[in-house]
Ligand binder design. Structure first.
Ligand code: SAM
Length: 269
């Protein structure tokens, strides 16, 4: 690499570090269907088979920051498609009442359904019934999901949930002030058993390194680069000027795996 390119890259990293440390955080109510294709692949090829091997007959899933439903609905589609015999329940929470109301009456416009860059025709056909111009989620995809208002910064509420096999809190921690994001992470950790898996796309990288080490979470070394690059389709353009921007993938850092990895296991891998 030329010296001038190296310097430019270094300056962009410094800029991003500064932006992350100084920009006020703001809640964003935004989501997409079928947003995490390589995470789904990791779920199907690695995470669920591991849970099944450990003897699990049914799986309990908690999704925080579910917004208007796209994430848990996409997840339910993946589980139904790849594990038709699997019993599972998805408890999906958000702090914004309106989006929970929206998710409970799951009829979406064409624009909403096709908004995400990874949405496939197979996903749409297997997930929705077309009603006029609108798309209603099929009853069998909705049935395992319960939507409710819930705050991941409320420890009593989290404690009331018991344990979960899979916990999702994606594209939310980086919208919280740092102290709240750290607190939320530590509360999420209380939901995990030694077999549980945490999905945590969308948090500050340095915080992810520190918090996953603090709570002895092991990165699942599977499709890390592909999952990272999925997120860059939306968020690559925000790097280095926005705190939510996703940097280009690199293995140069000693901590490259924890910086980039979005799926963690409580068990030692
Ligand atoms: C950018 S959206 C992400 C939606 C979805 N997880 C995804 O990745 O597509 C962030 C969501 O987190 C919700 N949220 C923010 N703070 C929260 C909290 N303390 N507890 C639960 N949800 C929260 C917001 O209301 C918003 O709907």
């Amino acid at each position: 690499m030329e010296n001038s390119t190296r310097l430019r890259n270094m300056l962009r990293h410094v800029k991003h570090w500064f932006v992350v440390k100084t920009t006020p955080r703001k809640n964003r109510v935004y989501t997409q269907f079928y947003r995490f294709p390589h995470q789904y692949q990791a779920l199907v090829e690695r995470v669920i088979p591991e849970l099944e091997r450990s003897g699990k007959k049914s799986i309990r899933i908690v999704v925080f920051a579910c917004c208007s439903g796209a994430e848990p609905i996409s997840l339910s589609y993946i589980l139904k498609k790849h594990f038709p015999q699997l019993r599972y329940e998805i408890l999906a929470f958000d702090i914004v009442e309106d989006v929970i109301e929206r998710a409970r009456d799951p009829v979406y416009s064409h624009e909403t359904v096709y908004q995400g860059p990874f949405v496939t025709q197979a996903f749409v056909e297997d997930t929705f019934d077309k009603v006029g111009d609108e798309y209603r989620v099929k009853p069998e995809i909705m049935q395992p999901i319960k939507f409710a208002v819930g705050n991941m910064l409320d420890l009593d509420f989290i404690a009331s949930l018991g344990k979960a096999d899979l916990v999702f809190a994606q594209n939310v921690l980086f919208h919280l002030p740092a102290a709240d994001a750290r607190r939320a992470f530590s509360y999420l950790n209380t939901l995990l058993t030694p077999e549980s898996v945490l999905f945590i796309n969308g948090m500050d990288m340095d915080m992810r390194v520190k918090m996953t080490k603090k709570f002895s979470l092991s990165p699942i070394d599977y499709l890390i680069e592909e999952i990272h690059n999925d997120a860059r389709v939306d968020r690559g353009s925000g790097w280095a000027g926005a705190y939510w921007g996703r940097k280009p993938f690199s293995r140069r850092s000693r901590e490259w795996m924890r910086e980039h990895c979005t799926i963690y296991s409580k068990a030692r891998t």
